[in-house]
Design a protein around this ligand. Sequence first.
Ligand code: HEM
Length: 294
Amino acid sequence: MRNSARALRFQLQERLAATATSPPIRSGRVGALVSGMGHPACKLRPGGAAWEARRVAANERCAQVSPSAMTATSAPTVRRHHWIVRLTHWATVIVLAGMIASGLQIYEAYARFGNRGGPYFVSPFDSAQFPHWSRLGGWLAGALNWHFALAWPLIAFGLLYLGYLVRSGEWRALLFRPRDVPGAIEMTKYYLHLRREHPPQGKHNPLQKLAYTGVIGLGALAVLTGFAVYKPTQLAWLTALFGGFQAARYWHFWIVWVFVGFTIMHVVLVFAVDPASLRAMLTGGYRGRFPSHD
Ligand code: HEM
C-alpha cells in the first residue's frame, strides 16, 4: 500500500519533470524507441513485488532502446539510482578514504611483510613511508582507532547496499555472468576504437558489470583479510586460509591498490563516457543517453 502510494507520487513527479523537459513525441521507429525510454514504467521506484513485476515489463521495453537512437540532451529524466544506492555509494567513498589513510599510517609501524629475520613477501613498498597528507591518525594507536572505528560503518554500508540489491532484484543489472563475456569483448573493442557503434546495453554495460562485481568481491576480501589480521588467534582458521598472518597482511595491503586503481578508472570513465551518470548518482535523476534498466 505504502509502496504503491510512493510509486504513484513518484510517477506524478516524474511526469511533471518529463513534460517540462521532453521534446515533442516523434513518430516512426526512432520516435517509438526514444519515447520507450521515457515510458512511465521505466521510472518506477523500487518497492515490492508489484514494482518488480512492472519493472520487468518495463525493462523489456527499455532494453529495446539502442544508445545510438537516443539523444543525450533531449532525453527526459528517469530514475536511475535508489536513495539507498546513492547514500551507501557516497558514504563508502568517504569511509573508504579514511580506511585507506589510516591503513597507510598503520603500515608505517612495520613497513614490510614477513616476521623479523624471516623470509619476506616481496613488495615495492618495503620500508616505504607514505606522504604525510595521505595518512590519518598521527601514530600507530591513533591510526588503529580510526581504522577500527571506520571499519564497522563500512561493513554496515556494504551490507545495506547488498541487501538492497538482493531485495530490489537490481543485482541482475549489476552481476557479471558468463553470458556477459561476448558483450564485454564488444565493449572492449569499442573502447579500443576497433568498432564504431556503441554496443547496445542495459543499465550497465558488461565491462561496468565486471568492474562492479569485482569491486564488491574485493570489498568482501578486504573485510575477510582485515578480520584475519585483527583476530588471528580467535579466527585462526581464517588467518590460515589466507596463508598465515603476514600473508593476510600482504593481501589486505594489495587490495588497497586495486581499490585505488578501480576508483581512478571508474572516475575517468564516468567523465569520459557518461558524465550525466554523476548527477544520477547524486540526485537519482538521469538524463543521459543510456537505458536505466536492463
Ligand atoms: C570520487 C569517487 C567516485 C565517483 C565520482 C563515483 C561515481 C560513480 C557514478 C557516477 C556511478 C554511476 C554509474 C552509472 O550509473 O552507470 C557510480 C556507480 C558505482 N560506483 Fe562509484 N564513484 C566513486 C567512487 C567509488 C568507489 C570508491 C567505489 C567502491 C569502492 C565505487 C563503487 C561503485 C559501484 C559499485 C557502482 C554501481 C552502483 C549501482 O548501480 O548499484 N565508486 N559511481
